[in-house]
Design a protein around this ligand. Structure first.
Ligand code: C2E
Ligand code: CA
Ligand code: CA
Length: 425
């Protein structure tokens, strides 16, 4: 007897599907054993035995045709159905290179079956192999970009940009965020949106982070030499974006500490920025690595806060020193009461945790004032300065009036004209 589709626990003798049935799903065998068999001339021929960890009925997902064999339980089994929709959804979500590999493997599988059915005559090429589709072009573009990023790293084509972060109360310079740019040999200065996601999916981000960490730490050293903060005043910092791959890399905390030591920069002048969504993916592992950095004095900021789903209990156990409110809330604040409430809630939450807030993406004076009134301590955005090369960041630190150059140094309310519109975001 064929069981209803939702049945998962199947006694011995159950026919899971029969030759000729229409098939719309495959089954993962979680426990037990199943025979694959066909009936010919009134005789049953067992083609294969399948057990725990194997998949059966997968041809139906590939071909949507009738079942070419039957499946019968020979040892009490637990099976989990995988529908066409579930499989297609996963394949659609994966990256184009993997999708292309999958389509090639599936085409080969079909070829082999077709050959077996036709007495081993070579079939014509599958349609999708004759005309490269969207995945083929996307995979080519991705593999090319990956190789170029690697070469760009080898050739030193990446450039450090720094964006000022100010204290909202008096607009004094509190620190900088380090942001990567790529001086591409033919495409010009490229923003991170054009290479970070491929650097992440290929794992090259680990090399990029190591590079920007060294650059940012040495830049912080030089900026400190210009600012010459007085002892006891609030710490000037440079923050560096860190990806999930970095936190999964063994010894990441050691790399951070070695970079600081090499540049002679005290750890309290460095902050690591991790996005909220990344932190929440694996809070205990991320927490462990960040804790090691934190214990030695490095700051930890949660980036793009408000866009993920942090639970308060996780936040309170993670070694966080700053919350960065995502730009989308700052943008929407002017005409959206909900966004204003979210900003206020984040500020209250930060106060509970005893840490300051940085509001990102401030472009207008009105936004800066509103955020200051709400009690946000720090601001970052085009209003105060766009991301700029180190030379201009040093100049910005140096143009602060001498009496305030010792921290807190002032970032002028109207940025010097050389900053206005000079750089792309
Ligand atoms: P993010 O970490 O949220 O960085 C802030 C982004 O907002 C920067 O974009 C900055 O230029 C932009 N921004 C700052 N103020 C304003 C403003 O007032 N208005 C608008 N419209 N935008 C503003 P950028 O430099 O293009 O970087 C984009 C993202 O790329 C970063 O977002 C970060 O997630 C990633 N990224 C950049 N550099 C690195 C890096 O070295 N490592 C890693 N892992 N990610 C990086
Ligand atoms: Ca960031
Ligand atoms: Ca951000």
């Amino acid at each position: 007897m064929t069981p209803p589709l939702e049945s998962l626990f199947l006694p011995v003798g159950t026919t899971l599907f029969a030759e000729g049935d229409a098939g719309d799903r495959a089954y993962l065998i979680a426990a037990g054993e199943v025979d694959i068999l066909i009936e010919r001339d009134g005789r049953e021929i067992v083609l294969a035995h399948r057990g725990t960890g194997e998949i059966i009925g997968e041809m139906a997902l590939l071909d949507r045709g009738p079942r070419s064999a039957s499946a019968r339980v020979t040892r009490a089994a637990e099976v989990i159905a995988v529908s066409q929709r579930q499989l297609e959804q996963r394949i659609a979500e994966t990256d184009p290179i993997l999708r292309l590999c999958l389509s090639v493997v599936i085409a080969r599988y079909r070829d082999t079956l077709a050959m077996a059915r036709s007495g081993f005559a070579v079939p014509p090429p599958a349609a999708e192999m004759r005309t490269p589709g969207g995945d083929f072009h996307a995979a080519v573009a991705m593999l090319t970009l990956e190789r170029q990023i690697e070469e760009g790293l080898d050739r030193g084509e990446f450039v450090l940009f720094l964006q000022p972060i100010v204290r909202l109360a008096d607009r004094s310079l509190a620190g900088f965020e380090a942001l990567a740019r790529w001086q591409h040999p033919t495409r010009g200065l490229m923003p991170p949106s054009e290479f970070i996601s491929v650097a992440e999916s290929s794992g090259l981000i680990v090399r990029l982070t190591a590079w920007i960490l060294r650059e940012a730490v040495s830049a912080a050293r030089r900026l400190l030499d210009v600012l010459r903060p007085e002892p006891g005043v609030e710490t000037f910092f440079v923050s560096v974006n860190v990806s999930g791959h970095d936190l999964h890399q063994p010894g990441f905390a050691d790399i951070v500490m070695a970079t600081l030591r090499d540049a002679g920069l005290p750890p309290e002048h460095l902050k690591l920025e991790v996005t909220e969504s990344m932190l929440m993916k694996d809070p205990s592992r991320a927490g462990g690595v960040l804790e090691s950095c934190r214990i030695q004095g490095v700051g930890v900021a949660v980036d793009d806060f408000g866009t993920g789903y942090s639970s308060l209990s996780h936040l309170s156990t993670l070694p966080i020193t700053t919350l960065k409110i995502d730009r989308s809330f700052v943008k929407a604040m002017a005409d959206d009461l909900t966004s204003r409430k979210i900003v206020n809630t984040v500020r209250l939450l930060a106060r509970e945790l005893g840490i300051p807030v940085v509001a990102e993406g401030i472009e207008r004076e009105g936004e800066a004032q509103a955020l200051d009134e709400l009690g946000c301590e720090y601001g970052q955005g085009y209003l105060f300065g766009r991301p700029m090369p180190l030379g201009d960041a040093l100049a910005l630190a140096a143009v602060a009036p001498p009496e305030v150059r010792a921290m807190p140094s002032r970032c002028p309310k109207n940025p010097p004209s050389f900053l206005a519109g000079a750089y792309s975001p």
